[in-house]
Design a protein around this ligand. Structure first.
Ligand code: NAP
Ligand code: ZN
Length: 346
């Protein structure tokens, strides 16, 4: 066993506190990673606060992990001691179903094993990256390319791939008009990646407060959604909309912004259901879709793409004792644009 320091939520209603957790002994195909930086994803907050259902507590969140390999099992071939590596939202899957075999482990028929709060193969509950160390089977560990610093790379492991995957799947590129709804952790990565793919990028944010930032990130246009005129002016104009909002929005209002055959991909995951008026879809053959994270191969591809295009996350590095305060700021849409925990303070 490996004893790691960590921050954990004791319950859905209490702040996270320092603790220690036991990681499994490094098995033949496992990698022991010293965590250097861990991003704070809004999903961490949804999970520990019970938005998505009851959890086993205490729970250590964190699925945007960047660190360095400090030990490898005897049969490990993909990583070596000293490698800079990342772990995202998954630490295992069945590896046998058609989806896993196609590299879509995130859609594993048996359900992937989440990095935290999931039942692991040995029956234990997985614990995430707000921790000094993690032990992960080598196939679910990706390499962080030279040129990407670990702090700005950490958020790519969830926010980066969650936006990269649908942007690629639905063909964002030159000649395509893409809108990103919500300029938070996911949204700002969506802007950077869509811009690097060559698309014309519009940000739809609640107010004009983040306008200058969005244009710096690579957006071509910016509109505030608290202005009804925005929805009139942009009606029928986008090929692809990625909705990253963590709360329920009026999905019909956004569907009406799509052109013929346009697709709205919902990646935001609020606790409550969204409702849709079918006429928003059938009037111009629009589609409403969803997408979750990305496969392991695709995560590596995204990291290589980001290194090549010099894309990292815009981050505010915090010490572990600031985690609870950071959660409140994320909930208030006051994050520019990802909090990253310096794991040496855990
Ligand atoms: P975040 O940093 O909090 O960003 C969400 C943004 O949504 C906010 O910055 C804000 O942007 C906007 N927003 C928040 N509340 C709103 C409201 N009531 N009405 C309208 N807009 C609002 O969160 P995140 O980490 O990017 O995650 C976003 C969502 O995606 C969460 O629900 C998370 O669980 C989910 N998620 C899904 C996946 C997946 O695989 N599908 C992966 C990761 C995360 P503005 O200030 O610009 O309006
Ligand atoms: Zn996440």
């Amino acid at each position: 066993m490996v004893t790691a320091t960590a921050y954990a939520a004791p319950s859905a209603t209490e702040p996270l506190v320092p603790t220690t957790i036991e990681r499994r002994a490094v098995g033949p195909r496992d990698v022991l990673i010293e965590v250097r930086f861990a991003g704070i994803c809004h999903s961490d907050i949804h999970t520990v606060r019970g938005d998505w259902g009851p959890q086993a507590f205490p729970l250590t969140p964190g699925h945007e992990i960047a660190g360095v390999v400090v030990e490898v099992g005897a049969a490990v071939t993909r990583h070596s001691v000293g490698d800079r590596v990342g772990v995202g939202c998954m630490v295992n899957s069945c590896r046998e179903c058609a989806n896993c075999l196609a590299g879509n482990e995130q859609y594993c028929v048996a359900g992937f094993t989440g990095t935290y709060g999931a039942v692991d193969r040995d029956g234990s509950i997985t614990q995430g990256g707000y921790s000094s160390h993690v032990v992960v089977v080598e196939d679910f560990v990706v390499g962080i390319p030279a040129g990407l610093e670990l702090d700005v790379a950490a958020p790519l492991l969830c926010a980066g791939v969650t936006t990269y995957s649908p942007l690629r799947h639905w063909g964002a590129g030159p000649g395509k008009k893409v809108a990103i709804v919500g300029l938070g952790g996911l949204g700002h990565m969506g802007v950077k990646i869509a811009h690097a793919l060559g698309a014309e990028v519009t940000v739809l944010s609640q107010t004009l407060k983040k306008q200058a930032d969005a244009l710096d990130l690579g957006a071509d246009h910016f509109f505030a959604t608290n202005d009804a005129q925005t929805f009139a002016e942009l009606a029928g104009s986008f090929d692809l909309i990625i909705n990253t909002v963590s709360a329920v929005v009026d999905i019909d209002a956004y569907l009406r912004l799509l052109a013929l055959d346009g697709v709205l991909v919902n990646v935001g995951a609020p606790a409550e259901p969204l409702s849709v008026n079918v006429f928003s879809l059938i009037s111009t053959r629009r589609a409403l879709a969803g997408s979750t994270i990305g496969g392991i191969r695709e995560t590596q591809e995204m990291l290589d793409f980001c290194a090549e295009h010099n894309i990292g996350s815009e981050i505010e590095v915090i010490s572990a004792e600031q985690i609870n305060e950071a959660y409140e700021r994320v909930l208030a849409s006051d994050v520019r644009y990802r909090f990253v925990i310096d794991a040496s303070t855990i």
